[in-house]
Design a protein around this ligand. Structure first.
Ligand code: XBP
Length: 270
């Protein structure tokens, strides 16, 4: 039975990376007088590293023109990261980053049904505040039973620490809380925490696999392209992923498990 929804932020709620964080990083480099610029493809490769400060350090490790000493690199990364977050917040406040289609509607489904939601992200809290304050209103924190951000954990995704923390706060067992993620690291984190996962593919993670997930598709704003397809009786509307679809996917998995051959069970003849 579905008892909570756990939302990832970057890539899942909004396409924050290419036109949000990446541009803000480049503005921060320029503001600090650095000639560094992250192009779209390069930033995509850097996204394998969770956490903006960690991403900066990874990039600096490969640069001849970065400070040689680790302590100086760490200082520079902190300065750039703080500035990047300010620039990102300004960009979001100016309307530069929208929620993805279907996100707000699915959140509305949850609120009407009284289903608890959580935010589980390894991005900084200030970025989540900027994005959700802009799109859900000043009382957005009241929408969520748990909000876990990058500062709240020692180990970022793909480690399950953030998901486990949210589950503790919600007081729910992992198998009853569906996590919505776009990137392989997020899927791995949620799976390691024991949560069933829905994959909503994003621009940078357009090929995240369905393996280990209940379902995967191109976004919550459409029902075409999802595998498995939502099992609806009628009506076929709305043409977006609904809470009923999520519950249906979870139920299908439960049925498949009871039918799977296990110790002491034999496969049913077809
Ligand atoms: C996304 C991240 C973050 C953002 C940038 O996490 O890994 O690093 O790219 O934000 P998630 P910060 O998919 O869990 O939302 O610069 O604050 O790290």
């Amino acid at each position: 039975m579905l008892r909570a929804l756990i939302w990832d932020v970057d890539g899942t709620l909004a396409e924050t990376e290419r036109d949000g964080h990446r541009i803000a990083f480049n503005q921060a480099f320029a503001a600090c007088g650095l000639p560094w610029r992250w192009g779209i493809a390069r930033y995509g490769r850097l996204l394998r590293v969770s956490g903006g400060r960690e991403r900066l350090l990874r990039d600096m490790a490969a640069r001849a023109d970065a400070p040689a000493r680790a302590a100086a690199r760490e200082r520079l990364a902190r300065r750039l990261h703080g500035l990047k977050n300010e620039l990102y917040a300004a960009r979001v406040a100016a309307g530069g980053v929208r929620l993805r289609r279907g996100v707000r509607a699915l959140m509305g489904d949850c609120r009407r049904a009284g289903l608890p939601m959580a935010i589980v992200t390894t991005t900084s809290r200030s970025n989540v505040e900027a994005l959700l304050g802009r799109h859900l209103g000043h009382d957005w924190t009241g929408w969520f039973g748990a909000i876990v951000c990058g500062e709240d954990v020692r180990r970022k995704k793909p480690d399950p620490e953030a998901h486990l923390r949210a589950l503790r706060v919600l007081g729910l067992p992992a198998p009853q809380a569906i996590a919505i993620e776009d990137a392989p690291a997020g899927v791995a984190a949620a799976r390691a925490a024991g949560c069933p996962v829905i994959v909503t593919r994003s621009r940078y993670f357009a090929r995240t696999g369905r393996r280990g997930a209940l379902a995967a598709g191109p976004g919550l704003g459409a029902i075409d392209g999802w595998l498995p397809a939502p099992a609806r009786k009628r009506p076929a509307r709305p043409r977006r992923v609904t809470l009923g679809d999520l519950a249906g996917w979870l139920e299908r998995q439960a049925v498949a498990r009871t039918q799977a051959p296990g110790p002491g069970r034999t496969a049913r003849p077809r």
